[in-house]
Design a protein around this ligand. Sequence first.
Ligand SMILES: NC(=O)c1ccc[n+]([C@@H]2O[C@H](COP(=O)([O-])OP(=O)(O)OC[C@H]3O[C@@H](n4cnc5c(N)ncnc54)[C@H](OP(=O)(O)O)[C@@H]3O)[C@@H](O)[C@H]2O)c1
Length: 169
Amino acid sequence: MTTIVVAMDQENGIGFQNSLLWHLPADLKRFKAITSGHPVIMGRKTYESIGKPLPNRTNIVISRRKDWFQEGILIVGSIKEALKFAKKIDEDIFIIGGGNIYEQTLELTDKLEVTRVNTTCPADTFFPRIDMKIWRKSGEESVASDEKNQFDMTFETFERIIPLNAEQG
Ligand SMILES: NC(=O)c1ccc[n+]([C@@H]2O[C@H](COP(=O)([O-])OP(=O)(O)OC[C@H]3O[C@@H](n4cnc5c(N)ncnc54)[C@H](OP(=O)(O)O)[C@@H]3O)[C@@H](O)[C@H]2O)c1
């Protein structure tokens, strides 16, 4: 199962100037719970914005650069390669951004774990539109803002209406 994990605002905004749009510990906690113990795939820019490998997960970072090396991560040159390596490690793999990588992998993904943040922020990076002819919402849980989490949010799960591997049986 290949799952995209993303937090987006009401206009699908996900980032600005290579940073997240908010600091939401409740979302980070959920992200950690969902992805820990599994390979995570991300673009080079997202890796640089995080700044270090995420612990307890094989970090697979996609870049076209030939001269880029960072300790503690697996660097690959294409999405295909990232998926190939991740699937060798585990059945359940997670694609964690950013916008560029989401655009190229949405059509290769079985499931979306979306945190819909109840706000609209200035953003320069967006998640693609979720086409409800392709996806159906299979779960929803609302979380109210509190002293640590500035905005209300809804954890939404989407699954493909027609599974990716349906044709292969
Ligand atoms: N809200 C969220 O859930 C969330 C999650 C993740 C990230 N973000 C935000 O998203 C923003 C970053 O997203 P982004 O779209 O700018 O960048 P990105 O998707 O993280 O990374 C793009 C980079 O990935 C590499 N790449 C992309 N496609 C490739 C391919 N087919 N083959 C080889 N390499 C490929 C290239 O690296 P090289 O240039 O090295 O070749 C490209 O510059 C930040 O603001 C971040 O905070 C938000």
